[in-house]
Design a binder for this molecule. Structure first.
Ligand code: ZN
Length: 335
C-alpha cells in the first residue's frame, strides 16, 4: 500500500467517524476529540522513546512530536510553523500541505463545525506531557491558502459532555437522566390537576433556576455576553428543548429576541393535552430559562415574555427579554 493511499484512508476514516458523531444526540464533538487524542497517545506509547524533547516548553513538545511523525514519513514537520506566545501556541500550515486536507475539505463541504485533527492531536500530546488541558481555535484563510490555529490552556470541562459512569449518566460531571416527554407531561398534568393556578409560575421558575445554573457555568468560560448566549442556546438545542436562534441582542438595553422552532413544550401539549383553559403561549419553561441566561450574562434582572407561540399557529415561538423595572416589581407585576 502506498503512503499516499494510507493517508487517504486515514482521512476517510476520520470523515466517517465525523459523520457518525454528527448523528449522536450528545457530545459528538467531544467524542471526536477523544478519538483523535487517543490516536496521538497510541503513537506516543509505541514511539515515545524516539522523541527528542529539548525542553518542557509547549512549543518544543509539539515540535518534537511533529518531527517524530516526519521520521515515520507521515508528514513534513517544516510545513507546520509553530510559535509560542506566553502559554499559547500559534500554529500555521499551508492548507495544501496539511496531511488532513482531504478530511478538512470534506468536513467543510458537509458544514460540520470547524474541526482540526492536527490541533487535536497536539492537544493530546500536550496533555500527556504537561498534564494540562488545552483547547484550540482554528481558522482557514481560503484566499491565502493558510490555516491558522491557536492552542491555549483551558481547565474547564465542556458543559455539553454527556458520559456514562457505571450505571449513571452525567452531564459535565453532574448526574443526569433522560426523561421521555411522556414523563414530563405527566408531571405537568399532575400539577394542573392539583394546583392549576401555579402552573405557569412553576414552569417559569423551574426554567429560571436551571437556566441560571447553566449560564453561570458557561459565563466562566465565555465572559463575552453574545458569544456566551449563542453557546447556551446551542446547548439547549443539544439537550433537545428546541432549535433556538438568537435574532438580536442589545446588551445595554437588556433586550434580546430569541426564536425557537419546535419547542418541546409545544410538542408536549399537542401530544399530551393542553395545559391551560384558554389558548395562550405555552413555552413558560423556556421563557424562564432565557430570562435566567440574560440575567446572568448581563448581570442585571431580566424577565422574558413569549410574544408568539408555535402552539397558536405561528411558524415558530418568539421570545423578548426586557429589564425588570423596579416599580413593576414593587407592584408585584414583574414575573
Ligand atoms: Zn411557544
Amino acid at each position: 500500500m502506498s503512503q499516499n493511499f494510507a493517508i487517504k484512508v486515514i482521512g476517510y476514516m476520520y470523515s466517517s467517524i465525523m459523520e457518525t458523531m454528527d448523528r449522536l444526540p450528545f457530545s459528538g464533538r467531544y467524542w471526536m476529540e477523544e478519538i483523535v487524542q487517543g490516536t496521538a497517545l497510541h503513537v506516543l506509547n509505541e514511539h515515545g522513546n524516539e522523541l527528542e524533547i529539548t525542553s518542557d516548553e509547549p512549543v518544543d513538545i509539539c515540535t518534537s512530536y511533529l518531527k517524530l511523525l516526519e521520521n515515520k514519513g507521515f508528514l513534513q514537520a517544516s510545513d507546520y510553523h509553530l510559535q509560542q506566545e506566553g502559554k499559547e501556541i500559534h500554529v500555521q500550515v499551508n492548507f495544501s500541505r496539511c496531511v488532513y486536507r482531504d478530511f478538512c475539505v470534506h468536513a467543510q463541504h458537509k458544514e460540520f463545525p470547524m474541526y482540526c485533527i492536527r490541533m487535536n492531536a497536539l492537544r493530546g500530546v500536550l496533555k500527556s506531557f504537561l498534564h494540562l488541558d488545552y483547547t484550540y481555535s482554528i481558522e482557514v484563510a481560503q484566499q491565502e491558502n493558510i490555516c491558522r490555529g491557536r492552542l491555549f490552556p483551558s481547565p474547564l470541562p465542556r458543559s455539553e459532555i454527556v458520559i456514562r459512569e457505571g450505571h449513571m449518566l452525567k452531564i459535565a460531571g453532574e448526574r443526569a437522566m433522560l426523561m421521555p416527554m411522556a414523563t414530563y407531561a405527566s408531571i405537568l398534568a399532575s400539577i394542573r390537576e392539583h394546583a392549576p393556578h401555579v402552573l405557569v409560575h412553576v414552569l417559569y421558575d423551574a426554567g429560571f433556576r436551571s437556566g441560571l445554573r447553566l449560564a453561570r457555568r458557561a459565563r466562566k468560560m465565555y465572559p463575552e455576553a453574545l458569544e456566551c448566549l449563542n453557546i447556551l442556546l446551542d446547548e439547549l438545542k443539544q439537550h433537545g428543548l428546541g432549535h433556538m436562534e438568537l435574532i438580536s441582542l442589545e446588551a445595554d438595553a437588556g433586550k434580546a429576541v430569541i426564536r425557537c422552532h419546535d419547542s418541546f413544550q409545544v410538542d408536549s401539549i399537542s401530544k399530551y393535552g393542553e395545559l391551560y383553559r384558554t389558548p395562550r403561549v405555552v413555552c413558560d419553561l423556556l421563557r424562564g430559562t432565557f430570562a435566567a441566561c440574560l440575567t446572568e450574562l448581563l448581570q442585571r434582572e431580566i424577565f422574558c415574555e413569549e410574544v408568539q407561540c408555535q402552539s397558536m399557529g405561528y411558524p415558530c415561538c418568539e421570545f423578548l427579554t426586557l429589564p425588570v423595572e423596579p416599580q413593576l416589581m414593587s407592584r408585584g407585576e414583574g414575573v
